[in-house]
Design a protein around this ligand. Structure first.
Ligand code: GLN
Length: 454
C-alpha cells in the first residue's frame, strides 16, 4: 500500500510507470501473507518490484513502450519475471523505457520521457534518468519500488543506474533466460536488476537467473548464492585498470572518481594492475553495426498481422508499410535502416562481417587479461553525469547520444558481466558510477568488489 501510494503521488511528475497494477499487487501480497503465515516464504516474499515494459507479463499490457505493440497482452509470462513471482515477489506495474530499448536517455519512449528524480544543485532543470531502463532506474531511486527488472544490450542497465545513484548489474550473456523479453539484439541482450544497493542486486539476480529450455542461449549452470559474496574480503584480488578507457577529453571529475575507486579497492587489500584492451576504440562503431543489424531482423515480426497496431492499406504490402510507418518512432526507424543497409548484399562483408570480426578481437582482449590473472576490471560507468531532457546537442547529433555507451558496450560485445555502482557525485551533486567488469559467470567477484566501492 505504501508503494502504491508513493506511485500515485510521484508518478505524474516522474513518468516512471507506464502501467500500475494495484489490484494484482494486492492480490499477490495477500498470497504472500498467507505463505509467510505458514512459514513458507520465498527469498523475495512480499517484496514489491517494478517490471520494465520489455518483459512479457501474462494478461498485463506489454509493449516495450512502442506504439506498434498497442493493445498487446501476452498470454505467457517471461521466465525472469516468473522466477521472481515464484520466489514471492509482488508486481507493482510496468516501467517506462526507450522504445524497444533503443536509446540512452529514455526519450524515445512512445509514452514520453522519464524524469530523473535528481536535480543539479541550485537548478530546476529536468534531467534524463539514462536509458533504456530509465523507468526502472528512476522508480528505484525515487522509492517507487524496492527493485526493478531491467535489460542491457549496450549499457541500458548500467548507464541509468549510474545516472540515478542506484546499482545495476548486467550478468554474463546466458545467465538469465531471454524468453519472454522483447528482443532488440539477441546476441547482446541480457536481463538484470536495478536495485538500491549491491546486496539487493545480488538477491534479485539470484532469483532472476535460471536454466531455461525455452532459450537455447541460456546456460544450465547452478546459480550461486550471490548474497554470500557481500562483505567477503577483496584481499589479493587483482583489479585491472585499462589504459584505453582514459579517453581524450574525459572530464576531470570522472578521472577523480576513478582514482577514488582505485584507492578504495587498494585500501581494502586488492592489487591494482595496469592493463591494455587494445581494441576498445572499435567497440562503439562495431556495436552500432551489430545491434541495428540484429534489431532490423528481430523487428521484421511487427507487420500489423501478428501483434498490436494495424493501419490498413489498399493491399497487404501497403498495410505493412502503413503500420510500420505509424508504429515505429524515429530512433527505431533509424536502426532498421542502418541494420538492413549493413546486412544487404554487397555491404554485408564490408560492415556486418567486419564488425563481427572486431567483436571477436574485443573478446580476445578480455580473455588475454583474464588469463594473466586479472580478476576484475575497474572503469567509469559513463563519461558524464545525467544530462538535461531534450538536450540540444544530443538531439542534433544521434552519434553524441551513442557516445554515452562508450564504457559499457564492450562488455556486451564480449558477453561478460558488468556492474555499475554509485561511487560519488559531480560538482553539481549529481550521482556518478563506476563499473566493474568480470570473467564469464563470475558475478560473485563483482558483488564482492562492488560492495567495497558503494
Ligand atoms: N544505448 C544503447 C542503444 O541505444 C544501449 C541500449 C541498451 O542497452 N538496450 O543501443
Amino acid at each position: 500500500d505504501a508503494y502504491i501510494a508513493a506511485i500515485e503521488t510521484a508518478n505524474d511528475a516522474l513518468n516512471a510507470y507506464v502501467k500500475v497494477t494495484p489490484e494484482k499487487a494486492r492480490e499477490m501480497a495477500k498470497a504472500s501473507d498467507g505463505r509467510l503465515a505458514k512459514g513458507e516464504g520465498g527469498a523475495l516474499e512480499g517484496i514489491p518490484l517494478g517490471v520494465k515494459d520489455l518483459y512479457a507479463t501474462e494478461g498485463v499490457h506489454t509493449q516495450a513502450c512502442s506504439h506498434i505493440l498497442d493493445g498487446f497482452e501476452p498470454r505467457y509470462e517471461s521466465t525472469v519475471t516468473a522466477n521472481l513471482w515464484a520466489d514471492g515477489a509482488v508486481m507493482l506495474g510496468k516501467l517506462n523505457m526507450d522504445e524497444f530499448a533503443m536509446g540512452s536517455s529514455n526519450e524515445t519512449s512512445y509514452y514520453g520521457p522519464v524524469k530523473n528524480p535528481w536535480r543539479a544543485k541550485g537548478s530546476n532543470k529536468d534531467l534524463v534518468p539514462g536509458g533504456s531502463s530509465g523507468g526502472s532506474a528512476a522508480a528505484v531511486a525515487a522509492h517507487l519500488c524496492a527493485g526493478a527488472t531491467a535489460s542491457d544490450t549496450g549499457g541500458s542497465i548500467r548507464q541509468p543506474a549510474a545516472f540515478t545513484g542506484t546499482v545495476g548489474i548486467k550478468p554474463t550473456y546466458g545467465r538469465c533466460s531471454r524468453w519472454g523479453m522483447v528482443a532488440f539484439a539477441s546476441s547482446l541482450d541480457q536481463a538484470g536488476p536495478i536495485a538500491r544497493d549491491v546486496r539487493d542486486a545480488a538477491i534479485m539476480l539470484k532469483s532472476m537467473a535460471s536454466a531455461d529450455d525455452k532459450d537455447t542461449t541460456c546456460v544450465d549452470m547452478p546459480v550461486p548464492d550471490y548474497e554470500a559474496a557481500i562483505g567477503q574480503s577483496v584481499k589479493g584480488m587483482k583489479i585491472g585498470i585499462p589504459a584505453e578507457y582514459r579517453m581524450d577529453g574525459m572530464p576531470e571529475e570522472i578521472e577523480k572518481l576513478w582514482q577514488q575507486g582505485i584507492a578504495w579497492l587498494k585500501d581494502a587489500g586488492a592489487e591494482i594492475v595496469d592493463i591494455s584492451l587494445p581494441h576498445t576504440k572499435y567497440a562503439l562503431p562495431a556495436y552500432y553495426i551489430v545491434a541495428p543489424a540484429e534489431a532490423s531482423s528481430n523487428l521484421a515480426r511487427y507487420d500489423g498481422v501478428r501483434y498490436g497496431l494495424r493501419v490498413q492499406g489498399k493491399d497487404i504490402v501497403e498495410m505493412y508499410e502503413n503500420t510500420r510507418a505509424a508504429g515505429f518512432g524515429d530512433e527505431v526507424k533509424r536502426r532498421v535502416m542502418i541494420g538492413t543497409y549493413v546486412l544487404s548484399a554487397g555491404y554485408y562483408d564490408a560492415y556486418y562481417l567486419r564488425a563481427q570480426k572486431v567483436r571477436t578481437l574485443i573478446k580476445r582482449d578480455f580473455e588475454t587479461v583474464f588469463a594473466d590473472g586479472v580478476d576484475a576490471i575497474l572503469t567509469p560507468a559513463t563519461p558524464s553525469a545525467a544530462f538535461g531532457i531534450a538536450d540540444q546537442e544530443m538531439a542534433a547529433d544521434p552519434v553524441k547520444m551513442y557516445l554515452n555507451d562508450i564504457f559499457t558496450v564492450t562488455v556486451n560485445m564480449a558477453g561478460l558481466p558488468g556492474i555499475a555502482v554509485p561511487a560519488g557525485v559531480d560538482g553539481a551533486g549529481l550521482p556518478l558510477g563506476l563499473q566493474l567488469i568480470g570473467k564469464p559467470f563470475d558475478e560473485e567477484t563483482l558483488f564482492r568488489a562492488g560492495h567495497v566501492i558503494e
